[in-house]
Design a protein around this ligand. Sequence first.
Ligand SMILES: [Zn+2]
Ligand SMILES: [Zn+2]
Length: 224
Amino acid sequence: MLLKADNVLESEIISLLEEGELCPVCRSMEKSVDGWIVGAFSNLLHNEGARMELRRNGLCTVHLKRIVEVAKERSEVGSLAVSIMFKEILAAQVSWLDEKDVGFLSRKKPKSGSCVLCSVASNSERIYLSAFVKFLQRDEVQRSYENSRSVFCVNHSRYIIKNMRNSCGQWLAGTQRNKYEDLTAEMENYISKHDYRNTTPVGQERHAWLNASKLIGERDAKNS
Ligand SMILES: [Zn+2]
Ligand SMILES: [Zn+2]
């Protein structure tokens, strides 16, 4: 079914559903984080704002890892810009070793989720969660979600169900139950293939545990 978008956000939501990559809200967060990394690092020397934010708050381990992955995958980011930035962050972090700057020792460690990319992710999460709460009230959007391979993760479905109007919330709870049951069945299928008496070859269900890993993570989210 072709959905009609009334604005840019809706058309982005439609393409997230069509991509069918598990949780569309998580996917929107990943997209904005990657977008920020590419934007900042492909033009780092002229992007003093990004450099300052990175130096000031440092990076959490999750986003540090993502920057490394993006630098390896995309030539416009590359290891040069990342080296320059990491050198600056390291210098800022170890300045307390120089006895003149003992302030660092007494300074509170940044709270988890306070790196610049955590804010980028949580901003996108907030926008998309409230857009889905609204957009999923429409019948044709509900049908489209039911038929797509997209599955909201447990965290995000909890938020959306809580914030939807009653009957829509019930619809989403039922739909989530069906989607999670399908995934459970796939994992059971995969597990049963490890019994030596079962000689059927392993198929698509080999990916089920990886899909589950993207849906069951508990996060200390700002928007929950
Ligand atoms: Zn999610
Ligand atoms: Zn972070």
